[in-house]
Design a binder for this molecule. Structure first.
Ligand SMILES: [Zn+2]
Length: 733
């Protein structure tokens, strides 16, 4: 941005020994990439001896999901050497389901299934981005809230951000991830399970005398695997298992009090995972590409000692059964049009093993990379995976899915295909909202996009089958690993290899754009981001990435123009609004920028980062009072937002309150130890005050964190200072 350069030049012109701190705030760039008949409840409570189905409308409900948790990673499901004592105890003292299935293999759609009791084509969310849960669709939260339960959700990662619509019906929806880690192509903002559990316990404490529905989501086992101590040491070489152990440990304070109350407990606990993890099965390292049992089979436990006798259920069950089960346990009639059924009869031993069909899908590779879409069905022991190269497995005889029966059991294949088609009768495909069509038309008319929609094919062939393309996904994981290890050149080479292997994958170009920017090659980053945008103009991620880089390169006018067609939407995407606000601010149109950010605030009122951006606009216009208000409002929503502290430090420095500036920046660095700009501000300020030894650790941290391509001059200068003082001591001795 022009302003940025001016500052830098001013600073460059001053005495090199002690330049003033970089007194500029930073943008927060989001992408661098039911109504119930409660009165009838009392009649349900009949307590008979034996194992008949019992219900209790006085119970609270605790729904716990652990992200990316394979069933067989838990001790309760046979993992030798697992350190999962709390989940295992819950399973032992509750009812454990041996064969529970998810319907999606990524986070947002799977949670939408769990909370709504609908299949993905029933609620419309088919991937982690580009979709929004339809307002007014009943969920556990809205049904229980209407029936008088207090409702609170505590989530740990960005895919469950309230902007995607799952917050409806929750009085409290806590998605405060601290803003410490800004979302990029390689990084999903998340918080530690312990922090999420703290927030849930605090909320429950405030509603102790009431019936509550608490939803807690813990994210630890998700890639990259980086377990905290003591699990890092204990599970060296088995880091995924270390993360699973950390998730269990995080849940202790939530589960222990309930378990210790035993029969006196007044809480129904439902424990599951949104999906599993490949860990190399069938060549899949993480999840989201295939739908083998490693990612589709999930743990499921119901715990309610007053209602359920401990036991194990072998019959197949599904995520869509959870909502009817929970409502049944509370004596509440579920909505009529749901595919699932209550599991209480099964859990009470009252029902013979029945095996309802279970639909599943994996559409992310299709939506983001143009691969063939994956749909499938489980019917009894048979599992159909509908792809250009179809797969049919007998899960009883072949639980590892090693023997594809598609070629040898043609009659079964036909029958399963027919059943799948029946299941999918209501599936209108991954549908964009109608206003997107208008946006696309305008983009065409303005000449911004040449081609058609996302790279969707009429007919997919064997060459589009994920089985033939899994090497690309493996390379993608390596790209992320290499990037995290700091080897950006090697990461870029692998990313380019993927593009040569299969052009037309928007995600690969997003990754390339991000890597090029990290190398300081903004023109190449813009070129790659433009490719992704052209292939996928309706993807908020693609357009936001492209336009953020344009603005960063001083081409804010182009960015604002490209973004203009998206502004006619009723609810434009938050990332798109943010990028447009940044472009307008760079064009010195602060009033329009603020109005755009204000729309973003209405889209997601609980988002502190929108307020940080509004504060940044005020700061640019010199309105420090309003800027301070905005930053403080951001901290009121989430006291973990490092960027707000950084900016408050900038204001203090501008007003000459250097002690306060140092204190604010120290807080920012505590929250985000890798924020090189704050490290620079802090180091330079302390040094300017003659406190070289205090400054040293911050300047050293700056050298470790600053990207060489973007910070070459300052890196050289800081090296000079640090070297000179060390050398000075040596020379003087
Ligand atoms: Zn997930």
């Amino acid at each position: 941005m022009a302003k940025r350069r001016v500052r830098k030049n001013e600073r460059m012109a001053e005495a090199p020994a002690a330049p003033p701190p970089r007194r500029r705030a930073r943008w927060v760039v989001p992408v661098a990439i039911v109504c119930v008949a409660a009165g009838a409840a009392a009649a349900y409570r009949f307590v008979r001896p034996g194992r008949s189905v019992q219900r209790d409308p006085g119970l609270s409900v605790l729904l716990v999901t652990v992200d990316t948790l394979r069933a067989d990673a838990l001790g309760a499901y046979g993992q030798a050497g697992a350190a999962t004592p709390w989940i295992d105890r819950l399973a032992r003292e509750g009812v454990r389901f041996e064969r529970a299935h998810a319907h999606n293999v990524v986070t947002l759609p799977s949670h939408a299934n769990i909370l709504s009791g609908r299949y993905p084509f029933g609620h419309g969310i088919r991937d982690n981005s580009g979709f929004r849960f339809p307002a007014g669709t009943p969920t556990l939260a809205s049904i229980l809230k209407a029936a008088g339960w207090r409702t609170g959700a505590f989530v740990s990662a960005f895919p469950l951000d309230s902007r995607f619509g799952l917050d409806e019906g929750f009085e409290a929806y806590d998605d405060r991830l601290g803003g410490r880690e800004i979302r990029t192509a390689f990084l999903i903002p998340q918080r530690a399970g312990t922090a999420t559990v703290d927030a849930a316990l605090a909320w429950q404490g405030a509603h102790r005398a009431e019936r509550t529905f608490t939803f807690v989501h813990v994210y630890e086992p998700h890639f990259p695997y980086d377990p905290p101590e003591p699990f890092a040491t204990r599970f060296r070489g088995r880091e995924y298992q270390g993360e699973v152990a950390a998730a269990d440990a995080a849940l202790e304070r939530l589960l222990r009090p309930i378990l210790e109350q035993g029969a006196r407990s007044r809480t129904l606990v439902v424990f599951t995972a949104d999906h599993g993890e490949g860990l190399g099965d069938h060549g899949e390292l993480t999840h989201g590409i295939f739908a083998y049992e490693s990612t589709l089979h999930v743990p499921l436990v119901l715990y309610a000692p007053g209602l359920l006798v401990p036991g194990v259920v072998k019959a197949p069950v599904r995520h869509v059964d959870l909502l009817p089960t929970i409502l049944d346990a509370l004596g509440i009639e579920p909505p009529a049009d749901l595919p699932g059924r209550s599991l209480l009869p099964l859990a009470s031993g009252d029902e013979k093993d029945v095996a309802p069909r279970s639909y599943f899908e994996a559409l992310s590779p299709s939506l983001n990379q143009g691969w063939a879409p994956l749909h499938g069905l489980i019917d009894g022991a048979l599992k159909l995976v509908d792809l250009p190269l179809p797969e049919l497995y007998d899960l009883d005889a072949d639980p590892g899915e090693r023997r594809n029966l598609a070629a040898t059991r043609a009659a079964d294949l036909d029958r399963m295909n027919g059943l799948l088609a029946t299941q999918r009768k209501a599936d209108r495909g991954p549908e964009r909202i109608p206003e997107d069509a208008a946006t696309l038309e305008k983009l065409h008319a303005l000449g911004y996009v040449a081609g058609g929609n996302a790279p969707k094919k009429e007919r997919y062939t064997a060459e589009d089958d994920p089985k033939r393309l899994i090497d690309i996904d493996v390379r993608n994981r390596d790209v992320i690993r290499l990037y995290r290890e700091g080897d950006i050149a090697a990461a870029t080479a692998l990313c380019e290899e993927n593009i040569r292997r299969r052009p037309n994958m928007p995600m690969a170009y997003q990754h390339l754009a991000y890597l090029k920017r990290a190398q300081g090659d903004l023109p190449a980053a813009i070129a790659a981001a433009r490719q992704a945008f052209e292939m996928q103009p309706l993807s908020a991620e693609s357009v936001a990435l492209y336009t953020v880089y344009l603005t960063e390169a001083g081409r804010a006018k182009e960015a604002a123009d490209v973004l203009e067609p998206y502004m006619t939407a009723v609810k434009p995407d938050l990332d798109v609004l943010t990028s447009r606000g940044m472009a307008l601010a760079a064009l010195k149109r602060p009033a329009e920028a603020l109005a755009t950010f204000e729309r973003g605030r209405q889209t997601d009122p609980s988002n502190p980062l929108v307020l940080v951006n509004m504060g940044t606009v005020y700061l640019m216009t010199g309105d420090r009072a309003r800027a301070r208000e905005a930053f403080e409002a951001a901290l009121e929503i989430d006291p973990g937002v490092a960027r707000a502290y950084n900016s408050l430090g900038v204001i203090a420095a501008q007003e000459g309150r250097m002690a306060e500036a140092v204190e604010r920046w120290r807080r920012a660095v505590e929250l985000d130890p890798r924020d090189y700009q704050t490290l620079f501000n802090l180091g330079v300020t302390l040094r300017g005050q003659g406190r070289s030894e205090d400054a040293r650790p911050y300047l050293e941290a700056y050298l470790r964190a600053a990207p060489p391509a973007l910070e070459a001059r300052d890196i050289a200068r800081v090296r000079g200072w640090l070297g000179a003082s060390a050398g000075g001591r040596a020379a003087g001795s």
